[in-house]
Design a protein around this ligand. Structure first.
Ligand SMILES: [Mn+2]
Length: 319
């Protein structure tokens, strides 16, 4: 549950600032963007005379709350910066965060980095959009349809279509509320889950590269040359991850993706095992069964696989 005092603090801080900047994590997913846009729409609807901007990369061509020009340092110094869906400061998609007049973190990742002045962190929430919605409900704020649509997209994707283990009665209550507020179920589902043929072809190609350890740890390693010429963005390349889910034989699965800039990003998933405990060893973290990490070189893949094998050997409850 959200602590009412923290919920009120956020309202007070919004009231006290004319300028509001909403920050997501780098390489945003729909929970990050949905939380940011949803929150922006809620603030616009319920509080008068606010300049609200959502900064950083976007997943689509939604122009709402986009700064028309570069935000000045003076603007940032006078602003309340609200971060969404970002567990650690290093992952924020805003290089001037430290200039902010005031800061507030809204999140659902494991709370390892209390980087903001105040926060609402609900680790039990399946999506950050769930936290934003519950906050708005608790504070009796209106959720306009455009906000509900964005919030629903985050709920839908971070819960893996309501299949992931952390999906619970609250998730469905929040989904119901968002549909009542004007989120369009079919539109959202078609928008997220109907892909181009090239995405399915990519998934098939990527899955053909899957290797499986004898303990049921599957991985797909994707280098730059693998996706060269495919015309895919990072999230589409990462579509390879989902091809390994939903099979008895695979109990932990991960992708290793070489980014255009040479960074090596890992995404880890499991139905039952605490992959977060391994992710933290490799400059990462996130959730118990869904975490990210990064490697210094491809040589680290074998030790990563060994660590995950060990997790399986130790059993579901861990040792
Ligand atoms: Mn999230």
């Amino acid at each position: 549950m959200i602590n009412k005092k923290d919920a009120k603090t956020l309202v007070k801080k919004i009231k006290g600032h004319e300028n509001i900047i909403i920050v997501k994590h780098q390489l945003p997913d729909w929970d990050a963007q949905g939380s940011a846009m949803g929150l922006a729409h809620i603030i616009k609807e319920n509080f008068e005379n606010k300049n609200i901007f959502v900064v950083g990369d976007r997943l689509n061509d939604d122009k709402d709350f986009l700064p028309k020009k570069k935000l000045t340092n003076d603007f940032i110094k006078s602003a309340l910066v609200i971060t969404v869906d970002t567990g650690n400061k290093a992952r924020l998609d805003f290089d001037k965060y430290d200039l902010a007049g005031d800061t507030f973190k809204i999140d659902h990742h494991i709370d390892v980095d209390k980087y903001a002045n105040n926060q609402i962190v609900m680790e039990s929430a399946i999506a950050c959009t769930e936290v934003v919605t519950l906050w708005a409900e608790m504070m009796k704020l209106e959720i306009p349809a455009a906000g509900a649509h964005n919030l629903y997209l985050g709920l839908l994707t971070d819960s893996g279509r309501f299949l992931f283990p952390k999906t619970n009665p609250v998730t469905f209550r929040v989904a119901a509320r968002l549909l009542e507020q004007g989120a369009d179920l079919k539109k959202a589902h078609d928008y997220i889950f109907v892909n181009d043929l090239k995405n399915r072809k990519w998934s098939n190609f990527a899955f053909s590269k899957m290797t499986l350890s004898k303990h049921g740890v599957a991985s797909i390693v994707i280098k730059k040359e693998d996706y060269a010429g495919w015309d895919l963005d990072y999230n589409e390349v990462k579509g390879a991850l989902a091809t390994m889910s939903g099979m008895h034989e695979i109990v932990i699965w991960f992708t290793v993706i070489e980014m255009e800039n040479g960074q090596i990003k890992v995404s880890l998933r499991s139905r039952d095992y605490d992959v977060n405990s391994v992710a933290t060893k490799y400059n990462g973290g996130g959730h118990r069964v869904a975490s990210g990490a990064s490697l210094n070189s491809f040589d680290e893949i074998s030790s990563l696989t060994k660590d995950l094998d060990k997790l399986v050997k130790n059993g579901k409850e861990g040792k």
